[in-house]
Design a protein around this ligand. Sequence first.
Ligand code: GUN
Length: 286
Amino acid sequence: MSAAIIDGKKLAAAVKAEAAAEVQQLKEQGVVPCLAVLLVGEDPASQVYVRGKANDCAECGIESRVIRLDAATTQEELLARIDALAADDAVHGILVQLPLPAHIDESAVIAAIPPEKDVDGFTPVNAGRLLTGEPCFAPCTPAGCLRMIQSTGIDIAGKRAVVVGRSNIVGKPAALLLLAANATVTICHSRTRNLADICREADILVAAVGRQGFITGDMVKPGAVVIDVGINRGADGKLHGDVDFAAASEKAAFITPVPGGVGLMTRAMLMKNTVAAARAALERQQ
Ligand code: GUN
């Protein structure tokens, strides 16, 4: 069997088109959705990500404000910037690009973002709401994974889903989103025993480990949906996922490529969250 490829580029374009249509509606009601992005320091990958986010905003008709701060910015200065954006009614989403310089306490900074402007879904309030099943901003990468799984047309309810990776940004929220969609979910990590056996039971396999080729072909159940969140720079200088794509695509029914997969969906879901934040702000006023 050779797996069908879940085309992140095409799906991200569809999600952004949805966001753009919603932006049009909001503009007709006098609201221009606005995303503020705070970037501290010169991390090259972060610079690329932030540029990409600003481009996506422009494409969707969302206003973006990129605030670039010196690497020596103090935590107090950064918190003051967040407070100012929190108080600014024209700003609907606030995103602090991670990682932050080592002298800044990431948790304290994230917690300072008002939950209603937390379009990354990283604050403890939104994480708690995701856990309890209340309306919330779900983190963009796992939300993009779910959208990719749904795009295959499979019924998630009752399926065995295995998430490899337990980060707060991807693994844990991916598991919660799959659980909310009624999958039977297992989270695996570096201390998991019999990882290959567990992965082989997965109708839906989400790989978010950060190690090139970690998921080998023998770990994939025939007919599975394989979602590869990994973005690893290989010795060949190219980007590779966490999944051995060639081997896994012989077994899977559906698989995401790297590049051209989940990464594009993350940014598209950020646009959706920003639009949702703007709409919610308008509804609070009415
Ligand atoms: N750094 C890497 N990925 C992300 C992301 O999704 N959001 C933020 N804020 N920082 C990141």
